[in-house]
Ligand binder design. Structure first.
Ligand SMILES: [Fe+2]
Ligand SMILES: [Fe+2]
Length: 477
């Protein structure tokens, strides 16, 4: 049968519409989406199968209305009489749009390409490259504050790009896309283009370079007592002998006395029986002593540099460290000790901001994309980048640096499990619950239904209470 003949029923409908002086949208949908499209179409609309497509004539509608009717179905639309007078011409116009929409509209595609480009640090950039180009919270916050427009953009994207962009946003927003209202395409172009992505990114980078330059010379901030470094190295080796460990810790008398005070406190319940570090290692085990020693060492640094609000952060950091240590194995992460360190240091960037007179995002709730954007606007980087910068200066292991960098964007982490764990522990520490709406989409996806059932409201709130009591006891000493 000739192509024209196949579309003949549509031409008959078009003639009727033309006589009545109305309009009609020709909607072309790929064959694989035919079932969804047939469900969405009204009884009065005409539908014809042709080759790889389903071609529909939708009465009395313009492009925006037809687009709403077939929301989240890939499609191309051409409208009679505005864009053609016969079914064949309209069909070709609609197919062309469909093909364009498969890769996203040209402006969406070019924008996304440039975002992807700018967010991947080039291989030979120095360590600072990833701190300046790895994230752009001001843009993520802008997107997160426009759920309707984002819903519309994301539903026209191909799955790979879609995933990439959704992983940056809060899960609560992404899971509500289905209800996203229709926004005319013209408004979408203005929405993105009007934001001046390129100029703003350039400004952020310049500001970040200035901040890093300022901080590079502050040696006193960056001297992690060598003892801490040795402790971290031990943490990576579960077979270190108790005597060797004790020797390292005992090199620092203040650390030693604090450690013995803690292990002999009511917190551990041994009632002043532990007389030496070696004894503590034998009774409590390597991991516990390493974590404790490192906590005390980091606390000493914090005490030295952090102003009053630092106390709040220190309690929160301990909470996250303990929660991460519990959560990691449940989620299948292997490096439990690194998780403790990571939890302890995850918001260290905020301490640095506080100390230098900058405004870190909210201290009593988990940083939102808006908070992170605020830090970035002021310094060109967020507390996550700042924390990673310090950790790098301290020569901490690469997985710690990477985990700090990506604790608010786990999709960018090298070890997703670690970053997701700290991200969730952060949220639980603040809310005593797994607040799905607030957490990042990549983290929610990583959890999936199976792991979610392990973390019921009751389990999470009980663990929070337990950890909170322990941390309070530690802080009271
Ligand atoms: Fe954070
Ligand atoms: Fe935090």
């Amino acid at each position: 049968m000739e192509f024209k003949d196949i579309l003949a029923p549509l031409d008959i409908e078009l003639k009727k519409v033309s006589m009545l002086g109305g309009s009609m949208a020709i909607v072309v949908v790929p064959y694989e989406n035919m079932d969804m499209a047939l469900r969405a179409k009204r009884e009065t609309d005409t539908a014809i199968k042709y080759g790889d497509y389903l071609v529909m004539g939708v009465f009395g509608m313009g492009a925006d209305e037809a687009s709403t009717q077939f929301l989240s179905i890939p499609k191309g639309i051409a409208v009679f009489p505005k864009e053609g007078s016969d079914a064949q011409a309209l069909f070709f116009a609609a197919v062309e749009r469909l093909n364009m929409s498969k890769v996203g509209s040209p402006w969406v595609k070019s924008l996304w390409d440039s975002i992807k480009e700018t967010s991947v640090p080039d291989a030979d950039s120095d360590g600072e490259g990833k701190l300046l180009t790895g994230s752009f919270y001001q843009f993520y916050a802008f997107m997160a504050s426009h759920p309707e427009e984002m819903g519309r953009i994301v539903t026209t994207m191909n799955p790979a790009d879609r995933h990439w962009i959704e992983d940056i946003l809060p899960f609560g927003m992404v899971s509500a896309y289905a209800q996203a209202a229709a926004v005319p395409e013209g408004d979408l172009s203005r929405f993105i283009e009007g934001w001046n992505y390129k100029e703003k990114l350039e400004r952020k980078r310049e500001l970040g370079k200035v901040t890093l330059r300022k901080f590079r010379t502050m040696e006193h901030l960056f001297t992690l007592p060598s003892i801490s470094r040795e402790i971290i190295e031990m943490a990576g080796d579960p077979l270190v002998a108790a005597s060797k460990m004790a020797k390292i810790i005992e090199k620092d008398p203040v650390l030693t006395s604090r450690l013995l005070k803690v292990v002999n406190s009511a917190f551990y319940g041994f009632r002043r029986q532990i007389v030496s570090v070696e004894h503590a290692v034998v009774i409590l085990g390597n991991d516990e002593v390493v974590n404790l020693a490192f906590s005390i060492a980091v606390h000493q640094i914090m005490d030295r540099i952090a102003p009053k609000q630092g106390i709040l952060l220190w309690e929160h950091s301990l909470m996250v460290a303990h929660l991460a240590q519990w959560l990691g194995p449940l989620l299948g992460c292997t490096a439990a000790n690194a998780l403790y360190t990571l939890g302890l240091l995850h918001d260290f960037g905020k301490i640095i901001f506080l100390q230098r007179g900058y405004t870190p995002g909210e201290l009593t709730t988990m940083s939102s994309l808006q908070d992170l954007a605020g830090e970035e606007k002021e310094t060109g980087m967020s507390h996550a980048e700042m924390g990673a910068f310090i950790a790098e200066k301290w020569n901490l292991p690469e997985d710690i640096v990477d985990g700090l960098l990506s604790h608010h964007l786990p999709s960018k982490a090298k070890d997703t499990c670690m970053a997701v764990t700290v991200h969730l522990a952060d949220s639980i520490a603040h809310t005593a619950a797994l607040s799905l709406n607030e957490i990042n989409t990549a983290a929610a996806r990583f959890l999936g239904p199976d792991k979610m059932t392990l973390l019921s409201g009751e389990v999470v709130s009980k663990r929070h209470e337990y950890v909170h009591t322990r941390v309070k006891a530690l802080l009271d000493m």
